[in-house]
Design a protein around this ligand. Structure first.
Ligand SMILES: C[S@@+](CC[C@H](N)C(=O)[O-])C[C@H]1O[C@@H](n2cnc3c(N)ncnc32)[C@H](O)[C@@H]1O
Length: 250
């Protein structure tokens, strides 16, 4: 929990911006927050990735681990400080990873993180939006806790579909949520609705696109996004009290 205190510190530091955003309805871009937000969010989620990504989440996806073991190309969209890519690169040395994020400050930090972890030879990072990167085809395209932040999630999913290799997989990791609001009035749901209001929805509003999904979108709405983007297969592969791990294929 201590890394999460940086998130709370950023909420307080950004109080004036938040009040203004509620007055104007213009939202707050992810990159306009107090700096403590980025390391706070990244270090908080890193715990779940260290605990579950390699041991449970990747094996829950059909045929993905053998591809990673023999050498796959992986995109990590909305990677922020890149801990997810670094953890996968440590576990699968024959694979190559590219992290994309629209926030310049995070990409500057993530390169130093990869150097420090000794995986800079197989992980690269680029500033790019979720519907604007190149470099495929990818065997695996990951969205860790970021699709719901995006103002154009259908475009992001469609772009992923176009950049998947034959038989490739999209792994969508999202905050745990049920489909009905009344089923999300739980301790975890309250935490996520607060974060969603301050961060996720505020960012999507600031980009002025097609959607403001928020951090409690739930599997049905997320499945609808992928269906609209042309994916024929979408299923829940795993879950924790904090996350849904969803698998999408064309
Ligand atoms: C909650 S953070 C999650 C970061 C990271 N994936 C993790 O799990 O720690 C959401 C990230 O999505 C990025 N993001 C938001 N909208 C984006 C877009 N349209 N294209 C690319 N990245 C985007 C933000 O800059 C931010 O780094």
């Amino acid at each position: 929990m201590p890394p999460a205190w940086n998130i709370i510190a950023s909420y307080w530091a950004d109080e004036a911006k938040t009040i203004e955003a509620f007055r104007t309805g213009k939202g707050i871009a992810w990159g306009d927050h107090d700096e403590r937000l980025y390391c706070g969010v990244s270090a908080f989620y890193r715990n779940a990735y260290r605990g579950s990504l390699v041991s449970t989440w990747l094996p829950s996806l059909d045929g993905v681990v053998p591809r990673l073991e023999s050498g796959a190309r992986v995109a990590d969209v909305g990677c922020c400080h890149g801990h997810s890519s670094i953890i996968m690169a440590e576990a699968f040395p024959k694979s190559r990873f590219v992290g994309f994020d629209s926030h310049l400050g995070s990409i500057a930090q993530v390169r130093a993180n990869a150097e420090a972890a000794g995986v800079a030879d197989r992980v690269t990072f680029e500033v790019a939006k979720a519907d604007g990167y190149g470099g495929g085809p990818f065997d695996l395209i990951c969205f860790f806790d970021c699709l719901h932040d995006m103002d154009r999630p259908v475009d992001a999913a469609r772009h992923a579909g176009r950049h998947l290799a034959e038989g490739g997989t999209v792994m969508l990791v999202e905050p745990f949520a049920n489909d009905r609001l009344e089923d999300n009035i739980t301790t975890v749901g309250r935490l996520y609705y607060a974060g969603s209001t301050m961060l996720c929805s505020a960012h999507a509003i600031s980009e002025n696109g097609t959607h403001v999904l928020g951090a409690q979108a739930g599997q049905a709405r997320l499945g609808d996004i992928f269906s609209k983007a042309g994916f024929g297969h979408f299923r829940r592969a795993a879950e924790t009290p904090f996350n849904l791990i969803l698998e999408a294929r064309r």
